[in-house]
Design a protein around this ligand. Structure first.
Ligand code: ATP
Length: 514
């Protein structure tokens, strides 16, 4: 593991969630219907951020390299794909239910064993204490048992208006897995497949059942030969794809970190298996090292602080059944170190599986060896939403400016949703308004710029700081005379006076990656 000594970000997830809602970055999904668990909607500002993150990735892997092709495969795939990939049989999590009233489900591996005591609910309304049937709460202490009681049990057992007490049962303390929501006993774990299903066509029978893809990777594997032959590619080369994936996560949580609908950015990089390589030729293991380094660098290139990024090599007992080795890129979120991206050596597992199930020959003909073989695959697999969350957390800054607090998103300029905002100092002066609008229109030819006159300048600056806009441009009364405007920098808050005809180049220069 790459050692770092970073401290957790001081910003909390709640602060990020509230900023996102207030400033049109991310809203809860289906908000007016009390939401839909595990879904979020990107607002006008967030849609730009997400697009910019995806563009930054695509640019770095498809445009800046010579050995990767892009792809945009369908979300719905022939269900045989999922049999071949192993998802139908093994893509599951161990799931427990609570016997308590919250009716929640938990991933068994997310619930730690805790020492709890049985608290029995006793009804004393009539003076005679009588145990309430089914009223059994497991909790580490009486305070917690009371909390569970008030939150779930009172209504569930129809005890409102009755006088009850919680009785601790002597000698009942034991180590076990209990619901952290209602103190109910958890059932034995059983496997729960995470793939979401739907039906194609008008008949709802099992023959029409299809799956919403749980990863974009399989769309790449089934197109390996199509891409290789149509683009006349020789090994090593990769195929990159971005797009939606769906998983029926048992416990979606932590905002964008774990959702049921999310986007991935995945590369399958096809290379020669190590055992066929000549001395000096890059093996699959060399390519794995290369991709780990490339992907770590991508995050820091776009602004992630290196001390909040680390690489964790998966232990042998954690590896997926298809993987020979996997490095996880982890970020120090407010919830602690968590995976941002996994980079796996998938060997020839997937192509072999698809050969077997489809009956098609997916081997590569190597002209140098004059022979065919199944390529090995290195897979860097990143989450768009987790990346957006990491970029937001990392960019979030609170500064003291005189006696005021300034919140500013110090996003990398390529990722900033709005690049420039143009304000007239006085909105009741038509000449100023028209000058500002014209300037904004000009800028829009090259970048995403916005015009705003809905508040006083100080407030307008604050709004743009909170969404990370690198430049604010103010048109004032002098502008009419000297044809110059004031350009304010987001990070330094320094202002320069520039001729209006120089603004475009000044901003484009500042936005260009160094
Ligand atoms: P986890 O262990 O966190 O469930 P995973 O190891 O199953 O993740 P992969 O299958 O390797 O994840 O998926 C690759 C990437 O896709 C992850 O690193 C993450 O960025 C993203 N991802 C996976 N599941 C989700 C999800 N439910 N919500 C948001 N992003 C996700």
């Amino acid at each position: 593991m790459t050692q770092t000594t970073a401290e957790k970000p001081t910003v909390t997830m709640e602060t990020i969630v509230s900023l996102c809602k207030r400033r049109g970055i991310v809203f809860p999904g289906s908000d007016i219907y009390e939401g839909l668990a595990g879904t979020f909607d990107y607002g006008p500002v967030g849609a730009e951020l997400k697009q910019n993150v995806k563009n930054a990735w695509w640019r770095s892997v498809v445009y800046e390299r010579d050995d990767i092709e892009g792809l945009d495969a369908a979300i719905l795939m022939n269900p045989r794909t999922w049999k071949a990939s192993g998802h139908l049989d093994t893509f599951s999590d161990p799931l427990c239910d609570t016997r308590g009233p919250s009716r929640k489900r938990y991933r068994a591996d997310h619930i730690e064993e805790t020492e709890c005591t049985l608290h029995r609910i006793v009804d004393v309304t009539e003076g005679e204490p009588a145990p309430v049937e089914g009223g059994e709460i497991w909790a580490p202490n009486k305070k917690k048992a009371k909390e569970f009681y008030q939150k779930y049990w009172e209504k569930y057992l129809n005890l409102e208006g009755r006088r009850v007490k919680l009785e601790q049962v002597e000698g009942s303390t034991r180590l076990g897995r209990f619901s952290p929501d209602d103190g109910g006993v958890l059932t034995e774990p059983r496997d729960f497949n995470l793939m979401l299903t739907t039906h194609l066509g008008p008949v709802l029978d099992s023959a029409a059942k299809v799956y919403l893809r749980p990863e974009t990777a399989q769309g790449i594997f089934v197109n390996f030969s199509n891409v290789q032959s149509s683009m006349r590619r020789k090994l090593p080369f990769g195929i990159a794809q971005m797009g939606k994936s769906f998983r029926n996560e048992i416990t979606p949580r932590n905002f964008l970190f774990r959702t049921r609908e999310f986007e991935q950015m995945e590369i399958e990089f096809f290379c020669k298996p190590g055992h066929l390589c000549k001395p000096g030729e890059w093996t699959d293991e060399d390519w794995l090292r290369h991709w780990i380094e490339e992907r770590m660098n991508w995050y820091t290139r776009f602004g992630i602080r290196p001390e909040r990024l680390r690489l964790r090599q998966q232990e042998a007992d954690e590896l997926a059944h298809y993987a020979k080795a996997t490095g996880d890129v982890e970020y120090l979120f407010p919830i602690g170190w968590q995976e941002l991206e996994g980079i796996a050596n998938r060997t020839d597992y997937d192509l072999r599986q698809h050969m077997e199930h489809s009956g098609k020959d997916l081997r590569y003909f190597d002209p140098e060896l004059n022979d065919r073989y199944v390529p090995y695959v290195i897979e860097p697999s990143a989450g768009v939403d987790r990346s957006c969350l990491a970029f937001l957390v990392d960019a979030y800054t609170e500064e003291k400016v005189r006696d005021d607090k300034r919140v500013v998103l110090k996003l990398h300029r390529s990722l900033a949703p709005v690049k420039a905002a143009v304000f007239p100092l006085l909105k009741n002066k038509p000449e100023l308004v028209s000058m500002a609008r014209n300037l904004c229109r000009e800028l829009k030819k090259d970048i995403y710029a916005v015009y705003d006159d809905t508040a006083a300048i100080g407030k307008l600056y604050r709004r743009q700081d909170e969404i990370g806009t690198p430049y604010c441009i103010t048109v004032d009364v002098d502008s009419l005379e000297d044809q110059a405007v004031t350009v304010r920098d987001r990070d330094t808050m320094e202002q320069v006076r520039l001729g209006i005809d120089k603004v475009r180049d000044y901003i484009l220069d500042g936005l260009r990656e160094q």
